[in-house]
Design a protein around this ligand. Structure first.
Ligand code: 76R
Length: 271
């Protein structure tokens, strides 16, 4: 079977999938079918373990909205779609009930730091003479750091931490609070404030923002990796005071998930 090769100009495709188990159907399976489901799921996970992509990670949803959560990443649209179908095909018909899904792609933010921003920082904040060797050295360092950052945004390697929080969000577009009618400089300044709050959580939260404008029902998917649920709560709470979220943030449902490999997931869910 060959699918058309559909790549992005830059970046990769991402799917967040949430399911419930139909317990009645599951109870009707014989032990062989249940064992086979786990074997198939493990095989699919083992085939998709790249740091960036292709990657399939498994979680138990905590909080009662779903049983399973999966995050899928692949360069090609067909590959991410196939991974999704193969995942569902691991389970006997009717046992896996879709709860929520979200399709997005990695992207570079609109407000990337430019060469101009770097020069400004070096002359204004670090007080370096643009004609000096020190200036050129720092400029090259910043450029390299920026290139690494951009690569990571497009081909993320999320840390495999214990907790994964996911929610979709959009920027508001009503009346005087229409994000899209602000000029670029204002949006860039506001986003810098947002990033300042975010950076305070270094080491406690690792974030992946994926774009879904025109692809799914919200404009972004927010994936937050953490070691503890209170880190998720604190960052979302603190950001609510920041203008970008306070005035312009609109939020979808929140899913909190515990990272469990298939074997452990099985025991946890009593499958
Ligand atoms: O990309 C970067 O890391 C640099 C700056 C940055 C951008 C451009 C950044 C930093 N974010 C950016 C874009 Mn973010 N982010 C969220 C949420 O719950 C809420 O109120 C908001 C949900 C969190 C928790 C979060 C965390 N960010 C975006 C965008 C796209 C907007 C656009 O393009 O208009 C959204 C929707 C969004 C939402 N952000 C950070 C964080 C954290 C922790 C950081 C610091 C990252 C770091 O420096 O390591």
């Amino acid at each position: 079977m060959t699918l058309p090769v559909v790549k992005l100009t830059k970046g990769i495709h991402v799917m967040h999938l949430f399911y419930r188990i139909d317990r009645i159907r599951w109870e009707q399976l014989d032990q062989g079918q249940r064992d086979q489901t786990l074997v198939s799921l493990k095989r699919l996970c083992d085939a998709n373990t790249a740091a960036s992509h292709p990657r399939l990670t498994t979680y138990a949803n905590i909080g009662g909205k779903a049983d399973f959560a999966f995050v899928l990443m692949a360069a090609e649209m067909g590959s991410v779609g196939q991974m999704h179908r193969d995942l569902e095909a691991c389970f006997p018909a009717g046992t896996l009930v879709p709860v929520y899904s979200f399709f997005s792609v990695t992207e570079l933010p609109d407000y990337v730091t430019t060469n101009e921003d770097h020069r400004h920082m070096l002359t204004q904040h670090e007080k370096l003479d643009p004609n000096s060797e020190a200036f050129q050295k720092r400029l090259a360092e910043l450029k390299e750091k920026q290139a690494q950052y951009e690569h990571y945004r497009l081909y993320p390697e999320l840390p495999d931490w214990e907790v994964m929080g996911f929610y979709p969000m959009s920027k508001r577009r009503t009346g005087s609070d229409n994000w899209y009618s602000l000029d670029f400089a204002t949006r860039k300044r506001l986003m810098a404030g947002h990033a300042r709050v975010g950076r305070k959580y270094a080491g406690r939260i690792s974030q992946l923002i994926t774009g879904s404008t025109g692809l799914d029902d919200w404009e972004w998917g927010v994936t937050l990796m953490a070691h503890q649920a209170d880190a998720l709560k604190e960052i979302v709470y603190e950001m609510r005071f920041d203008e970008v979220s306070a005035r312009f943030g609109e939020f979808g449902p929140f899913y909190v998930n515990l990272r469990l490999a298939p074997d452990v997931l099985w025991g946890h869910l009593h499958l």
